[in-house]
Design a protein around this ligand. Structure first.
Ligand code: HEC
Length: 164
């Protein structure tokens, strides 16, 4: 191999590996670790809860016309979502003390697991209440959705930091 051919091969290799390595480097800088992914996943889960519950809250408040079919469909979706074991996304090391600025999960979650379990239990039974009431007219729906809203607060108060 001539010297110039050698350098051509060398620079081709360098460019080749740079192209190959660049995405790896970018990934290692921006991708969250396991704990970070769990935080994003549970926040996404809560967003999904709100997405489905939004129209139910709207109908309960009278901000949106009551529609039995829509109410039943949204309630069924909430029920499906509530069957997912979201508790598992609260990994150790994912409180707002461990990950400041990334999460609003208070450290109390890991100190009072019975309290958290109870809050999830209440929330799930409030969703059952919404499923039962959804097709029975606006006022029954409103009462059940009121109980659901309370169950969100019952958990958020002791276990979620206020928005900064
Ligand atoms: C048993 C506990 C619990 C229940 C029940 C609960 N939440 Fe949450 N919620 C949390 C915690 C903890 C966070 C903070 C998660 C984080 O930042 O890592 C949160 C975060 C949220 C967020 C912010 C999500 C984001 O974008 O970061 C919304 C919105 C929310 N909850 C809405 C609701 C609504 C609406 C209900 C009731 C229908 C509800 N939650 C029921 C514990 C609960």
């Amino acid at each position: 191999m001539t010297l110039s051919k050698f350098f051509k091969t060398l620079s081709a290799l360098t460019i080749g590996s740079a192209i190959f390595l660049a995405p790896t480097l970018a990934l290692s800088q921006s991708a969250p670790d396991k704990e970070g992914k769990a935080i994003l996943a549970r926040q996404g889960y809560m967003k999904l809860v709100v997405w489905e519950a939004g129209p139910l809250f709207g109908m309960a408040k009278g901000a949106m016309a009551y529609d039995a079919d829509v109410a039943k469909a949204r309630a069924a979706n909430l029920k499906a979502i509530s069957q997912y074991p979201v508790e598992n996304l609260f990994l150790p090391g994912t409180s707002n003390e461990a990950r400041p600025g990334k999460t609003r999960a208070l450290a109390s979650i890991w100190k009072d697991s019975a309290g958290v379990a109870n809050a999830f239990k209440q929330w799930r039974s409030a969703i059952d209440g919404v499923v039962d009431a959804a097709g029975n007219g606006q006022s029954e729906l409103a009462a059940a959705v009121g109980a659901l809203g309370k169950s969100c607060g019952t958990c958020h108060k002791p276990f979620r930091a206020k928005a900064s």
